[in-house]
Write a protein that binds this ligand. Structure first.
Ligand code: PLP
Length: 437
């Protein structure tokens, strides 16, 4: 595999096109970028919010995966963060890719990845995208309904089909079962139809839901998949493929679930129910990138809540709910912080630059006048990032940072109200990463 991956990457885009990566600590990267910031200057570039992406963190997550789930091949769910550097690093480390659309497939093929390392893991696909997969030799794809089988018969009769089954996603933040997954009382009918249409169904996939907080959900889903493997024999199929989906926790998530816990249940359950002749893949998204991106934002405006409002709140016993200050920063809900709405993320601001003093990872004295609220830059009042932030008294021109901003952030950011997406600076805290570019 290593030799094949090297050959593929050689044929891909030359490294000269890519931003230069150096092994610099995240803190230094942030500080260096802020050094170019002058609040008096008209230079919008230096004022804009920006990310520092630590590719070393992605690499450490890769090593952790290999150590704890050596049998399961990760196919990165690029919807989570289709960052070109992350994708290139993961491709060069031998990962596959889970794509949901033509454009996603195209961007993976463009970096030189072989089509056999792609799974088109969207059970409901547009006709022309299925044709695109056919024309580009992407064969693995998921389905969960009869109509999709007729579509695939028409546009990609040689596809290697993976039946996505419904599992219990009640222990997850994002419940994908509302939209996808064949209930087990429908799988027999789907397998019978696939047999009749002479389609090649190679195995089963599931997704326990994104942001899963119960490791047992993975074990229970594997047991369900086994039932469908057995059922498939009645319809002439000899399944040799299991896709255990996404839902793996990011490195910073510790409450209730850790990757160690998931691996401790998933690995042994897979091994006890599936022989070595079954290929097992997964579609982790947030696992690889969640903790790898830090976002730095500038306080572009501040509003002090009037003492009358505070006095009224105190009289109503609501003082601790009422912010004494409202800070407006230059990325928001319509940009990177869409994760608050779409991904149920809680984003905690920390002080980065305060009164000209660099404050990354230091404890700042909090504002004794009360909690503050933090808002994005647009003209919409939905653009609220934190209603109860504990911060020192900050000024316009100060900076805040937010950790763990790598998953489902920039990928769905819009440019609403003319605010552009925050740029990304790259570093690595693992020198080995440098050999991959
Ligand atoms: N696979 C599929 C089909 C998905 O829809 C998703 C996320 O929605 C993922 C994988 C990635 O999930 P996660 O980021 O929770 O690992």
């Amino acid at each position: 595999l290593k030799a094949r991956v090297r050959a593929e990457m050689k044929a891909a885009r030359p490294s000269a096109d890519l931003p230069q990566v150096m092994a610099t600590p995240v803190s230094q990267m942030l500080q260096a970028r802020l050094a170019s910031f002058d609040p008096e200057s008209e230079d919008a570039e230096a004022e804009n919010a920006f990310y520092v992406a630590d590719l070393g963190e992605v690499y450490r997550q890769h090593l952790r995966w290999k150590a704890l789930l050596p049998r399961i091949e990760p196919f990165f769910a690029m919807k989570c963060n289709p960052d070109p550097m992350v994708m290139r690093l993961l491709a060069s480390l031998g990962a596959g890719f889970d794509c949901a659309s033509k454009n996603e497939i195209q961007s993976v093929l463009d970096i030189g990845v072989d089509p056999s390392r792609i799974i088109y893991a969207n059970p409901c696909k547009q006709n022309s995208f299925v044709k695109y997969a056919y024309n580009n030799n992407v064969r693995m794809m998921t389905f969960d309904n009869a109509e999709e089988l007729y579509k695939i018969k028409r546009f990609h009769p040689e596809a290697q089909l993976v039946l996505r089954i419904l599992t219990d996603d009640s222990k997850s933040l994002c419940k994908l079962g509302l939209k996808f997954g064949a209930p087990l009382d429908t799988t027999a009918g789907l397998l019978a139809l696939a047999q009749e249409l002479q389609l090649d169904v190679i195995g089963v996939s599931f997704h326990v839901g994104s942001g899963c907080f119960d490791a047992n959900a993975f074990g229970e889903a594997v047991i369900r998949a086994r039932r469908v493997f057995d059922q498939a024999r009645d319809y002439g199929f000899d399944f040799k493929f299991l896709d255990v989906g996404g839902g793996f926790p990011s490195a910073h998530v510790t409450e209730g679930i850790t990757f160690e816990k998931v691996a401790g249940i998933l690995g042994p359950t897979v091994n006890s129910l599936f022989g070595p002749d079954v290929r097992v893949i997964a579609e982790p998204g947030r696992y690889f990138v969640g903790s790898a991106f830090t976002l730095a934002t500038q306080v572009i405006a501040r509003r002090t809540v009037s003492t009358d409002v505070l006095a009224a709140a105190a009289a109503a016993g609501e003082l601790d709910q009422t912010p004494s200050h409202m800070y407006y920063i230059n990325d928001g809900m319509y940009g990177s912080f869409n994760c608050i709405m779409f991904d149920h993320q809680v984003c905690e601001p920390k002080v980065l630059l305060h009164n000209g003093v660099y404050a990354y990872e230091t404890d700042s004295a909090v504002d004794e006048s009360g909690v503050a609220s933090v808002w994005g830059p647009t003209c919409d009042s939905i653009d609220l990032i934190s209603s109860k932030a504990v911060l020192p008294l900050m000024e316009t021109g100060d900076w805040m940072y937010f950790e763990n901003m790598g998953a489902y952030t920039i990928t769905a950011a819009s440019q609403f109200n003319g605010f552009r997406k925050s740029e990304i600076l790259y570093t690595t805290t693992e020198e080995d990463v440098l050999f991959h570019f």
